[in-house]
Design a binder for this molecule. Structure first.
Ligand SMILES: O=C(O)CCC(=O)C(=O)O
Ligand SMILES: [Fe+2]
Length: 293
């Protein structure tokens, strides 16, 4: 446990081997396969749905297929998710990082498709913790989540550093650590850690993962409008953390708060990054003068 927390603190991500037991993994995979294929909608139509609508369909394009809000759709799946959040090791990590009154924002499933061109390195919302659970063995980089080690404590954002724009998914591999492992392994990561997805090599099989977003209380995010009926159908732990009313007092001493303190930044790194970005931007203007920046 301490080891897990120390790694998360120093690297910005940590792997937990076999976080999902084999029996639950089978149930999750069966259920997700079914849910992902029912009523797929083209990604371009995503914007026609209200931003906080809960019962979204799976959205798909050539890169990936994503089903948001997987809880409350299948009781067998709900039970397996409940087991995950109640697991002793997982719940201890969540408690220390987010406090015991953490909120679940999103539980989703994503498949990186055959032709996945990847996802640029980025950071997500302030305060967000990510969990990525491999649903199939992932022995190479192809289409898996990747992280830049230690970047959660760089004194510069992924965008301002220029990395988001210049370190594209097709050649980010040497600079990132991929979420490789066996089906059922989980990666817990700060969404402040620079992360993305490497482009898939042609011919690689699809790779699936569950991807979660959680927050400590007191950070801003737009909650999904989950219907009372759906919420009430959930097992206790899922229901508690997915509901917007949390009765506990916010816990003190949360790791999430500490990563935003400048005294914990690696100030020596990236001192020169603003200059690198400027040089790259000038280079871009020379190479592609028709573009305005
Ligand atoms: O698809 C992936 O593996 C990366 C997803 C991502 O950016 C995230 O979980 O925040
Ligand atoms: Fe992300």
């Amino acid at each position: 446990m301490n080891n897990t927390l120390e790694k998360l603190w120093s690297d910005g991500f940590v792997k937990i081997d076999q976080a999902v037991p084999a029996s639950d993994l089978i149930r999750i995979n069966e259920s997700i396969k079914k849910l992902l294929h029912e009523g797929q909608v083209d990604w371009n139509l995503k914007k026609s749905y209200e931003a906080n609508y809960y019962m979204l369909p799976p959205f798909t394009n050539q890169d990936w297929t994503v089903l948001s809000n997987i809880a409350g759709r299948d009781r067998v799946l709900d039970a397996a998710l409940e087991n995950f959040f109640n697991d002793f090791a997982i719940s201890q990590v969540l408690k220390r990082v987010l406090g015991s009154d953490y909120l679940i924002w999103e539980l989703s499933a994503r498949v990186s498709n055959h032709n996945d061109s990847g996802l640029a390195l980025h950071e997500d919302a302030k305060g967000e913790l990510g969990i990525s659970i491999l649903l199939n063995d992932q022995l190479d980089n192809n289409g898996t989540t990747v992280f830049v080690k230690g970047s959660h404590r760089f004194p510069v954002s992924c965008r301002d550093s220029g990395v988001e724009e210049y370190l594209r998914p097709s050649f980010m591999s040497p600079f990132v650590t991929p979420a490789k492992g066996k089906a059922g392994d989980a990666f817990i990561f700060f969404k402040k850690t620079w992360h993305g997805r490497v482009k898939k090599e042609k011919g690689s099989p699809p790779s699936s993962a569950l991807i979660f977003g959680l927050f400590p209380t007191g950070y801003n995010f737009t909650k999904f409008n989950i219907q009372a009926e759906t919420l009430n159908s959930l097992p206790e732990t899922l229901r508690l953390h997915l509901s917007s009313e949390q009765k506990n007092r916010a816990s003190a001493n949360r790791m999430m708060d500490d990563i935003y303190k400048s005294e914990n930044y690696h100030h020596n790194y990236w001192k020169i990054s603003p200059y690198i970005k400027k040089i790259l931007d000038i280079g871009k203007k020379i190479v592609r003068p028709h573009l305005r920046f």
